[in-house]
Design a protein around this ligand. Structure first.
Ligand code: TYD
Length: 135
């Protein structure tokens, strides 16, 4: 499955709307970890690395930000600004988060526990890793 937007369920209600995510149903992985990014000062960039194994779903629970997704051949920018859209990112993708609005809240659901060995921080190593894994 490629990186892309997943439409999450949205239960509209005059009392307030509700959305939800179930592992292996709305997303193609089991959730091992959730983390969130908040209080981002204007102009800051988060991410800027790849994961060898981790798959993830990123949701703008509040506010807006952009996620730049790069498979080593093409870059795509996804602007997230609705809490019922999730951006699915498979493993082996370079990604960066930027243009955070004031008070934005980014939820990340991950298929792995936190593991520093899963990170690729060097863009050239990422490109070499992608070439090595090409079939
Ligand atoms: P990092 O993933 O490098 O953040 P970003 O890619 O947004 O710049 O993580 C920043 C710090 O937080 C780093 O010291 C490791 C720590 N961290 C954890 O301890 N557990 C986690 O699940 C995550 C995502 C980060």
């Amino acid at each position: 499955m490629n990186a892309g937007i997943i439409n999450l369920p949205k239960i509209e209600d005059i009392r307030g709307n509700l959305s939800f995510i179930e592992e292996n149903k709305h997303i193609p992985f089991k959730i091992e970890r959730a983390y969130w990014i908040y209080d981002v000062p204007g102009g800051e960039i988060r991410g800027g690395h790849a994961f060898m194994e981790q798959q993830e779903l990123i949701v703008a629970l509040s506010g807006s930000f952009d996620v730049i997704v790069d498979d080593g051949q093409k870059k795509q920018t996804f602007s997230l600004n609705r809490s019922y859209f999730g951006l699915y990112i498979p493993s082996g993708i370079w990604r960066q988060m930027q243009n955070f609005s004031t008070n934005s809240l980014a939820l990340v659901l991950s298929s792995t526990h936190y593991n520093t060995d899963d990170y690729i921080y060097d863009y050239n190593k990422f490109l070499a890793y992608g070439r090595k894994n090409e079939k």
